[in-house]
Design a protein around this ligand. Sequence first.
Ligand code: TYD
Ligand code: MG
Length: 458
Amino acid sequence: MAKDKTLFSCSDCGGTSPKWLGKCPHCGAWNTLVESVVSDSSASKNRYSERAGLAPASAVMALSAIEAQDMQRTPTGQDELDRVLGGGMVEGGVVLIGGDPGIGKSTLLLQALDGLQRSGQSTLYVTGEESGAQVALRARRLGLDNSQVNVLAETQLDKIIATLQAQSPQVAVIDSIQTVYSDQLTSAPGSVAQVRECAAHLTRLAKSSGTTVVLVGHVTKEGALAGPRVLEHMVDTVLYFEGDTHSSYRLVRAIKNRFGAVNEIGVFAMTEKGLKGVSNPSAIFLSQHAEPVPGSCVMVTLEGTRPLLVEIQALVDSGGPSPRRLSVGLDRDRLAMLLAVLHRHAGVACMDQDVFVNAVGGVRISEPAADLAVMLAIQSSLRGKPLPRGFLAFGEVGLAGEVRPAPRGQERLKEAAKLGFSVALIPKANAPKKPIEGLTIHAVERVDEAVAVLRHLD
Ligand code: TYD
Ligand code: MG
């Protein structure tokens, strides 16, 4: 059998070197050499079956002549997980699921594997972080006492691949990709080279054998998946767990999906018996104050198919010579921009103040429709005056001080009315043609108008 070689390849020019160097001998770039394995013979083809790419090779055909096939999906029985996957697991699909430690990745996947096993699929749970006994203990806790899920406690890539080939399960979970290592590389498990190499082998195996492979990945402090970004390009679906580990609600968001919609979210509650799907999640991210408090404004976000009401909180407090701007769950650069717009176009100045903003419940909001709510929460905190009871706002704010519409405004307003909200401040272009029962609507075109409406409502 031909032996694979370890080489160092430049991530800029692709040039290789037999040993690690600080500077690439080909293009002269610094710190770009990364360890990798190169198989130098066709014999290695048989090792992990064919070295196929992502899709099987085929002859050139006109698009119209290719038969469109619907993906065969297998539901996991966890409805909220199936929703983000686009209906269920796809044969030969590779799913990467990331999230903070302790957020519930192992719990959810064990529950999903059990559901699949019960529906007649063969499954394998490869654990590198916990022993088989620990996994069994978790299963007992989840009430899965007589679960038939197969468990393998192993971290060596070759052994995992051999087991996958011998057993050819329909669905396999690798918990986690950072603990798996290949003997071919000298770098430590969890390093960029190891994670990339192991994920590439497992992806190829999934494509050639039809096994659905789910890779669990850790997330760094900065919120990115530990390991190279290339992992996200390699796989078919990337899911992220969001939520505050201290609260019981968790969101699973699809940020890439070759087999379904992105930005779809699944909502779970962590209970004594594991994660339970929340099918009607619209009100879970509100903090339910007995009386309205300054610095709080509710918005309706619509990422995926369901509207969610989220409370945005702001605290504006006198700062030092270089005031701080911090945000949790919202984009910090966007916050700086909103403060500038608020000053320039509505005459509200926070130059000498610390400004903190937070999306309640650990949700991450990336859509610009949050702008108006962030701005109003800041203004409310600065004035020390709460927004009216039953108030909500959404809309994008532009650098010229204009308030732009949010997509699917009607749906957002209807959901808010259903939950008992009574006053909405929204972009003019989102104003409904017919009144919505129980909801008074203030439609504005500019930021200064929005601020004036609030003064008027006091
Ligand atoms: P876990 O799935 O181990 O997280 P991850 O794999 O993402 O690191 O989740 C562990 C947390 O979930 C832990 O804090 C305990 C809690 N938990 C429950 O609240 N109920 C349960 O039934 C289980 C199994 C865990
Ligand atoms: Mg875990």
